[in-house]
Ligand binder design. Structure first.
Ligand code: HEM
Length: 751
């Protein structure tokens, strides 16, 4: 019957795409498989053919930097610069762009300019960075797609430092912008938080959700993988924990959060003391009067948030964080005044015009600092509780004292720490573009792999090496397991890990329980390597890293042949071996898996069904960090199970009697109604697959296996590979995703 009514239900709202309630409201615990497809090619207006490296390399970096520097000292009327210099404001934008990085999962960081999108664009801590980005829009517009936002944000920070007399260590381009909000990163458990102000009573209560113990207790710690003390902040509350003005408590929070960003005591002091040599804090208006952040501001604000109704709403009336004032008498010049004054004077607690807690020198004769806008007005110096923290904490104090006595050492330390901060999530140096990148092996955080001084193996060598490998007594299953174990540490977030470097044979990876199976395989491959390299007359060599991957490829060709498919598994040589000295053991420990359903691995702390952290959720997280699509994830799982890639010799998920043959048995069993699935423990962590006719147990499984049949999206893919025409398609898909995983870290050959 035709009613002629509006298709969206007439007078009611509802029916338009995305209108709540949504799936996640009805089924909050459902596995969000669609996370794998976020920021995919369909979101990218530049298209898959666009080659950013080529475009970036074609631009004149020196000319671009000159334009940025000219802009920095050219004030515009809609947002006048403090001290006639946008530098400090831009340094804060860059620092906040990079400062979201955390070591536990490698997410966050400056790499994709996620500061443009929710929720980061609307965090209280990013107040007025919307202005900073809009101020540099004319430069972004001029350079278009050959300069990503992510690169421009970091480069502008560098230019700002340089015009104020600071020698930067280097700059590399090569960051690819994201094109949609990042839904996959966990930013903390707080559901209710006042989007306007981080210190609201609501968020103060919620702060406790991410912390264990009390500040000061021995077990005081922050929930992983988080690195911020508080929802909507980059690091810590400048007024101290709970805005309580306690410098020592503040130092503890700083240490936890900066360590989570991979910074040690010296780097932490260098960054904070270095950054606060510049600019000022803004706190002229009570937070309650400030408008909504960008994500929920009125449409006519056009992406701007935090409308300030008082006076001019900017310049001398600016309100950003709430604290007011500058740390030094000369906020647009690199000097040692921050530390000098911090130590020379006693500081007492005062309040800003906005009501925030801050510190002022007790000595009325302490130097003053010029107002950022009002000609001739001099103001008292300011310190935040987080600044006083550097003076009271014994370890930070030692570093401060060293820097106080040695300005060059301070300059050098800040220079290197800034480079690390802003480049930390870029991955291998092969991703670094432009004439200002630094090419030394001495930056351990880059996970260096020395360049090859020998000739790579050719096609004939590869064939011969495959034969040598298959002539050892290593099984197909062990060879595949080893290659996979080498490659699977890669994470697309900060692009660390992977097979290149041969770090599977180095500490800490060689000692992980999950890698025990690889130890004899690595030893056997090493013999093959030694023999081959000894026989070479010219300066040709094969690396262990290449051999580990080649072993897996050779084994898979046999596994496919045994299943009736003649397939060439792609292999791209060129991996190099690195050394133990060039491997930061502590930092590589963060790559140790928590959950890896491919290898039936689950950290014992996670052998439970905690909300959002059930084994299948953690497995999805792993798949996302490997940048797998849902079809790729499913195919990879099926193939590895056919190869029996379980780390512990268990039979969970090995739904086949022909281990080592590339069958699609995993999928036919998973989708077959011949079985009855029963949990074998109270929690429902492990399962028995019983034959419905005989009642006998046929196979066993974990949650990470059965999720591919129980989740509707994963099952839809599994059905394709289980279909009568599915085997061939599966073999093809598996070989393709295998190669993708082996090549994840090969930025030396990828565009
Ligand atoms: C400004 C806090 C570390 C660079 C500010 C402001 C706050 C703050 C509250 C004032 C924002 C405003 O109202 O305009 C902190 C805290 C830190 C920290 C709590 C860590 C404990 C850093 C680091 C850097 C940095 C590591 C850079 C390396 C700056 C700069 C400004 C600034 C340049 C001045 C911005 C301007 O003049 O507009 N910081 N900061 N800060 N911060 Fe930090």
């Amino acid at each position: 019957e035709m009613t002629g009514k509006c298709p969206f239900g007439g007078d009611r709202i509802g029916g338009a795409v995305g209108t709540p309630p949504a799936l996640s409201d009805w089924y909050p615990n459902r596995l969000k498989v669609e996370q794998l497809h976020q920021n995919g090619p369909s979101a990218n207006p530049l298209g898959e053919d666009f080659n950013y490296a080529e475009a970036f390399n074609a631009l004149d970096l020196e000319a671009l930097k000159q334009e940025i520097k000219t802009f920095l000292t050219t004030s515009v009327a809609w947002w006048p610069s403090d001290y006639n210099n946008y530098g400090p404001q831009m340094i804060r934008m860059s620092w906040h762009s990079a400062g979201t990085y955390r070591i536990a999962d490698g997410r966050g960081g400056a790499g994709e300019a996620l500061q443009r999108f929710a929720p980061i664009d609307s965090w209280w801590d990013n107040g007025n960075t919307d202005k900073s980005r809009r101020l540099i829009w004319p430069i972004k517009q001029k350079y278009g797609s050959s300069l990503s936002w992510a690169d421009l944000i970091v480069l502008t920070g560098n230019c700002a430092l340089e015009i104020m007399g600071f020698p930067t260590y280097g700059f590399a381009g090569g960051r690819h912008d994201a094109w949609e909000v990042d839904n996959s990163t966990y930013w903390g458990p707080e559901v209710v938080h006042d989007l306007q102000k981080a210190d609201s009573p609501d968020s103060m209560v919620n702060r406790d959700k991410r912390w264990r113990g009390q500040n000061g207790d021995a077990d005081y710690d922050l929930e992983n993988p988080l690195a911020a003390s508080h929802q909507a902040l980059i690091y810590v509350n400048p007024e101290g924990p709970y805005a309580n003005g306690d410098p020592m408590g503040s130092a503890r929070d700083i240490r936890v959060t900066f360590t989570r960003m991979a910074m040690n005591n010296e780097e932490t002091v260098a960054l904070i003391a270095g950054g606060h040599a510049f600019g000022k804090s803004h706190g002229m208006v009570p937070a309650a009067e400030i408008g909504m952040p960008p994500e929920i501001a009125p449409m006519e604000a056009m992406g701007f948030g935090w409308h300030n109704p008082r006076g001019k709403g900017n310049a001398e009336d600016t309100m950003t964080n709430g604290i007011e004032g500058s740390w030094t008498p000369n906020p647009t010049q690199w000097d040692n005044d921050y530390l000098t004054n911090l130590f020379k004077f006693e500081w007492e607690q005062t309040k800003s015009p906005a009501g925030a807690l801050q510190w002022t020198p007790t000595d009325p004769n302490a130097p003053k600092t010029p107002d950022a806008h009002i000609e001739g007005q001099m103001n008292a110096l300011m310190m935040m509780t987080t600044d006083i923290a550097l003076k009271v904490d014994p370890e930070y104090r030692k570093v401060c004292e060293k820097f106080l006595g040695d300005f060059d050492a301070f300059t050098q330390a800040f220079s290197k720490a800034w480079y690390k901060l802003t480049h930390r999530d870029m991955g291998p140096r092969e991703r670094y573009l432009g004439p200002e990148k630094v090419n030394e092996n001495d930056l351990l955080w880059q996970d260096p792999i020395p360049l090859a001084d020998y000739k790579m193996i050719d096609a004939a060598d590869i064939t011969a090496l495959k034969e040598s490998i298959m002539a050892t007594d290593m099984s197909v299953s062990d060879l595949v397991y080893t290659a996979f174990s080498a490659a699977v540490t890669h994470r697309s977030s900060d692009k660390r890990g992977g097979a290149n470097g041969g770090r599977l044979a180095l500490a800490p990876q060689k000692d992980w329980a999950i890698n025990r199976r690889t130890v004899p395989v690595v030893a056997a491959l090493r013999s093959v390597m030694d023999k081959f390299n000894d026989e070479q007359k010219a300066d040709k060599k094969v690396s262990l890293a290449d051999l580990i991957v080649l072993g897996g490829c050779a084994a898979l060709e046999k596994a496919a042949a045994d299943a009736g498919f003649t397939t060439a598994v792609p292999f791209t040589p060129g991996r190099r071996d690195t050394t133990q000295e060039l491997t930061d053991i502590e930092m590589f420990t963060w790559l140790k898996p928590v959950a890896d359903g491919f290898r039936n691995y689950l950290d014992k702390d996670f052998d439970t069904i905690a909300q959002g952290a059930a084994p299948e959720d953690l497995f999805l997280d792993k798949a996302q960090l490997l940048s797998l699509t849902a079809p790729e994830w499913v195919a990879l799982m099926g193939g590895l199970k056919a190869m029996n890639a379980n780390h512990d010799g268990s039979a969970h998920g090995i739904f086949t009697d022909r281990v080592g043959v590339l069958t699609n048995d995993f999928f036919t069993v998973l989708t077959s109604m011949d079985f009855e699935w029963k949990k074998t423990d109270a929690k429902g962590m492990r399962f028995s697959l019983d034959d419905r006719t005989t009642g006998k147990q046929r196979f066993t499984a974990t949650r990470s296996d059965l999720i591919f049949g129980s989740n509707s999206q994963l099952r839809a893919v599994a059905e394709v590979y289980a279909g009568s025409d599915g085997h061939k398609r599966f073999v093809k898909a598996f070989v393709k995703v295998w190669d993708k995983v082996m090549m994840l870290d090969r930025y030396d050959v990828k565009v």
